[in-house]
Design a protein around this ligand. Structure first.
Ligand SMILES: Cc1cc2nc3c(=O)[nH]c(=O)nc-3n(C[C@H](O)[C@H](O)[C@H](O)COP(=O)(O)O)c2cc1C
Length: 367
């Protein structure tokens, strides 16, 4: 695998932290970026309805760290004028890239013509892309699904249309809207798109290991790989892939690294939001993070029943101390759970500006 460029922006390594609403916020992206190996970060999807109506939540979602660059803002919506205005706002706040969400399957998003709803209305998608292209100077990119239903796969048509409209990077999640998160992403679709267009193409879906990433790359010839849920379980996955590409042994985080990163994340969350949602987000990440660790399931139960910052910090301390002295935590079992099957659906109401941080916390915990 080698780096690739979106116009003159080098994506090096060619690994993208895939956007995840309710997860890849300001704090999570900083945490993941500091673990190394990420060539591009992307905001959570941001509602153009909220953004263009000055919704404070939408504005907050545009914040990014200088150390994240290159950084893309992703917007979603179906209304042409608002999409254009939101794209200009993203450029004004200093984003390097503007990404359009053409994949979210959440009913609330689709009903308003946004997300994967655009896959059903290609004339509208075309107008949106052309109008945005005229209104901004930063590169325009597209993240899309393979089709609306299994019977109406149109990824090749969408890819060519996007290229003709001046889109400079395609990111395909090889599932359909109808499929949601069931089954597996079909990476052969990524290969077909790569062969059909001359702009860079990246693939998304189910990458959770170094081998998995390298195999997908070899099989498809794609330029970049997006990793979403896998980064919640292992934020060092990007660095590990980068190590292997460079011929080094992959970095192996120690228990201390894991504990430190979890606590740092908690600290960042607490600086950024009130205690209650910070606790919710912390539980969400800790739950994913401890998959594959001894007694992880038991630890999650303990965390879910912790209700204050002090309780959470103490329980994290206890857990890692128990493991580090070689003792068994809980029943000592190690689960091999699949990826969290959740999607942006849980967050679409919050995006429309009609919910609170507390709702977001609840949604996150339920993820
Ligand atoms: C909780 C969650 C939220 C998501 N939010 C977004 C989003 O805001 N924008 C987007 O383009 N994709 C979103 N996705 C899709 C992911 O970016 C990614 O394409 C998908 O999860 C498959 O990749 P993975 O198996 O590496 O997670 C979301 C996925 C999850 C699980």
């Amino acid at each position: 695998m080698k780096s690739f460029a979106i116009r003159n922006i080098e994506i090096n390594p060619p690994l993208v932290l895939s956007p995840m609403a309710g997860v890849t916020d300001y704090s999570f992206r900083r945490l993941a970026k500091s673990c190394g190996g990420i060539g591009l970060t992307v905001s959570e999807f941001i509602s153009v309805e909220g953004l263009t109506r000055n919704n404070p939540k939408a504005k907050r979602q545009m914040r990014f760290w200088e150390m994240e660059r290159p950084f893309a803002v992703q917007i979603f919506g179906g209304q042409i004028e608002r999409m254009v205005l939101a794209a200009q706002i993203a450029e004004d706040v200093g984003a390097d890239i503007l990404d359009i969400n053409c994949g979210c399957p959440a009913p609330k998003v689709v009903k308003n013509g946004g997300g994967s709803g655009l896959l059903k209305d290609l004339p509208r998608l075309e107008t949106i892309l052309k109008e945005i292209k005229k209104a901004i100077t930063i590169p325009l990119t597209l993240k899309f699904r393979a089709g609306y239903t299994d019977a109406t796969l149109n990824f090749l048509e969408v890819a060519k249309l996007a290229e003709d409209c001046g889109v400079e990077h395609l990111q395909l999640h090889g599932r359909t809207k109808e499929q949601g998160y069931k089954g597996l992403a079909d990476w052969d679709f990524v290969r077909q798109v790569k062969e059909a267009v001359s702009i860079p193409v990246s693939g998304s879906g189910d990458v959770v290991s170094v081998e998995g990433a390298l195999n997908k790359w070899r099989e498809t010839g794609c330029d970049g790989i997006l990793i979403g849920r896998g980064a919640m379980q292992n934020p060092w996955i990007f660095r590990q892939i980068e190590d292997v590409i460079a011929g080094r042994a992959p970095f192996q985080p120690t228990l201390e690294d894991k504990q430190r990163v979890l606590l740092e994340y908690f600290e960042m969350l607490r600086e950024d939001m009130p205690e209650l949602p910070a606790i919710g987000r912390m539980k969400q990440l800790a739950g994913q993070f401890t998959k594959g660790l001894i007694g992880g399931a038991q630890f999650r139960q303990t965390l879910y029943h912790s209700h204050s910052v002090a309780e959470i910090s103490d329980n994290i301390g206890d857990y890692f101390e128990t493991l580090s002295v070689g003792q068994t935590y809980g029943d000592g079992s190690i689960e091999t759970d699949a990826l969290v099957p959740d999607s942006c659906a849980a967050f679409s109401s919050e995006q429309s500006g009609c919910s609170t941080e507390a709702n977001s916390r609840d949604a996150a915990v339920g993820a």
